[in-house]
Design a protein around this ligand. Sequence first.
Ligand SMILES: [Zn+2]
Length: 183
Amino acid sequence: MTVEDAGDLAGVPDGFGRLWVPHRMAYIGGENKPADAAAGHGCPFCRAPELSDEDGLIVARGRTSYVLLNLYPYNGGHLLVCPYRHVADYTELEQAEVVEIADLTRTAMTVLRAVSGPDGFNLGMNQGAVAGAGIAAHLHQHVVPRWGGDANFLPIVGRTRALPELLADTRTRLAAAWPGEDH
Ligand SMILES: [Zn+2]
């Protein structure tokens, strides 16, 4: 993975400045932020499944939905569960998507526990830009592993480690631990 590839990755900007991480410069320039609410190549969550697992930071692919690493992690192993379909609102999901997003979320917790032993999780969806959704047009469920005391120092120290190489390593470890098919 190179710095130039960063524009192909998906993530949810969270408003924290990370100017010291060189690969984020592409995002600060707005290159990964959708210009509008349209589906397709302007949307990182529509684009990621078209890439290889490695390039898209995809951990697992389901039938209706998939799991990828957030390029803007609150913590190491911060995952997003997305439907393949470009829908914004939870009420727009089809039943099969609701079920699979729930199943993938539970599997993500199990895999994260096995790989990195978090003490807890934050799970949830921000619905609408006003509620904090960085990419409001394409629904995504956050799975954020939490460790005791992490909020005390990780926002300052840990975020400096959000480098592409670390995300690639994290993806490889989580994908290898994911049950089911080969990855
Ligand atoms: Zn989309």
